[in-house]
Design a protein around this ligand. Structure first.
Ligand code: ODT
Length: 175
């Protein structure tokens, strides 16, 4: 058996419940896309609006215009798809010079109470693998993942074909 790494074959969370996913998540690790944006001190807060739409805000340290360091305030709206764990994320910043975009937003795995594995492929390669993507490992706990959750997270990193490609995301209190 060999893993094919086709984006269309990546397993996502079964019966994802966006209501249970609400609230605050601390990024503990990240695989960067080309032209990375959020550096560290990344915290995302998800909410379900009255009409059922999932929205989120996120903060994180960024460097814009080559060397201006700041905390970005970002906002996003999620469009549902036929798979409850796969969304399209439309996002923009509180200031015009911050990134805007329209990305996939897949929840690969979560137990809702401790850890979550996010994945987004921005550009498919000709063979159906991902040419440019990013992924966040989130924890409910600012101190990081519980030891109990490490083996699930490692297995999911492998599922998205990004094992070994993550860096640690620091929380220094900058934002
Ligand atoms: O940092 C990068 O290199 C790419 C990430 C850019 C997307 C940031 C947009 C955040 C908009 C608010 C949504 C919050 C949800 C966060 C979950 C994961 C990050 C997209």
């Amino acid at each position: 058996w060999a893993q094919d790494c086709l984006v269309s074959n990546i397993p996502v969370k079964q019966d994802f419940d966006k209501y249970k996913f609400q609230g605050t998540w601390y990024a503990v690790a990240k695989k960067d896309p080309v032209g990375l944006f959020l550096l560290d001190n990344i915290v995302a807060t998800y909410k379900i609006e009255e009409d059922g739409t999932m929205t989120a805000s996120a903060i994180g340290r960024v460097i814009i215009l080559n060397n201006w360091e700041m905390c970005a305030n970002m906002f996003g709206t999620f469009e549902d798809t036929e798979d409850p764990a796969k969304f399209k994320l439309k996002y923009y910043g509180a200031a015009a010079y911050l990134q805007t975009g329209y990305d996939d937003h897949w929840v690969i795995d979560t137990d809702y109470e401790n850890y979550a594995v996010h994945y987004a492929c921005r550009e498919l390669d000709y063979d159906g693998t991902c040419l440019d993507g990013y992924s966040f490992i989130f924890s409910r706990h600012p101190e990081g993942l519980r030891p109990d959750d490490q083996k699930n997270v490692t297995a999911r990193k492998q599922d998205v074909c990004l094992l070994g490609k993550y860096r640690r995301v620091e929380h220094t209190g900058f934002c």
